[in-house]
Design a protein. Sequence first.
Length: 441
Amino acid sequence: MSTESDATHGELDERAAKVADRVVAWRHHLHRHPELSNREVNTARLVADELRALGLDEVRTGIAGHGVVGVLRGAGASPGGRVVALRADMDALPVRDLCGTEFAAEVVDSDYPGGPFPVSHACGHDCHTAMVLGAAVVLTGVRDRLPGTVLFVFQPAEEGPPVTEEGGARAMVEAGAFADPVPTMAFGLHVTPHPKGHVGYRIGNQYAASTLVRVVVTGKQTHGSTPWEGVDPMPAVGAVLTGVGQLYRQVSAFAPVTVSIGHVEDVGRFNIIGQTVTLWGTVRCAVESDMAEVQRRLTTLVEHSATAYGAAASVEYLQSVPPVHNSRPWVESALPTFRRVVGEDRLVETGGTLGYDDISEFVRRFGGLYVTLGVQDAALDPSGRPVPVPGGRGIVTNHNPHFYADDDTLVTGVRLHAHVAYDHLTGALTAPPPEESEAEQ
Ligand SMILES: [Zn+2]
Ligand SMILES: [Zn+2]
């Protein structure tokens, strides 16, 4: 058995090397044609066409919007057997593309709610989609030796759909995408500004619990020269923006929390006191159980600030996403696979972050784990922090207009997906699903 596994591992690598150029080509194409959350029409079409061309057992499309699931039943698949779900997210961001490559996007979405927006793959989902397509090619090549089923999951709206729409990972689950067969493991990764080819893992919460917050402060419109005849919502908004900074002091400093208001929308003019001001923000908690408390205190802050200035306010929490939690048994079971793929010196334990990824909806339901893959010109300093390599392109975080990812590293991502999938199906990489009560940070 182990000899057969060894031979197959070698073949996975050979097949990954052969598909590497196509993966880069897919990535460049997707990068040049980015689509915002819930608008992944052409991306999904490309994915579905490629999966069909591979002769998968099934290619399901139109799931929760533009989601696609390819089903590959291995020769050894049986009812009730192992099923691994490899997840790629497909959506781009309303961010200008300043990555500086010849395949940089020049797309503007004029119709998107709140837009027009420049659109780019500033989070690297073009890489994820191309890598999982590459893994589909590789694993299809060894389907006669797969003792289970692989689901290639292409998810829309990871970055969050417009607030008036549903979408994302949970919507895929609710649409029944995983009802038959039910995964016994979910796996995904995110490209990150770490050294090229480094796999970062964390036991516990890799990413935070997240929720979008919308605050509407309502006053009474009046002319700027007669403020006493109306109610100015601005002072209440100012108090909220300042008061948010005090929320940190009301929860334990040992579990990080952030509340950021990234967008303020008013309807006034320089000489008109507008009726409403809307604040858009995000709440992140490293420990999920803090979320309810932070929301309660933020709501109190908003309502009482509004009252203090004679205004009214409403607070809504939308698009809540649970933390990405990697349980110890899953990580420990996966380490030999990661070691084989990238080598011991490129396998690093990392800290958690207050980013989010709604792959958590899959990992918490089906078990599995999530890692990061370094794709930038970086090295680790003695304390383990990424620092720029001299002469390189620097360290640029996800969502920055200058974010970039190294093409040559994509094949490592293909190999990771393929090895994880194969090892799970053979039973070498597995663990019980994480307990809901397991509240490690
Ligand atoms: Zn992102
Ligand atoms: Zn992302």
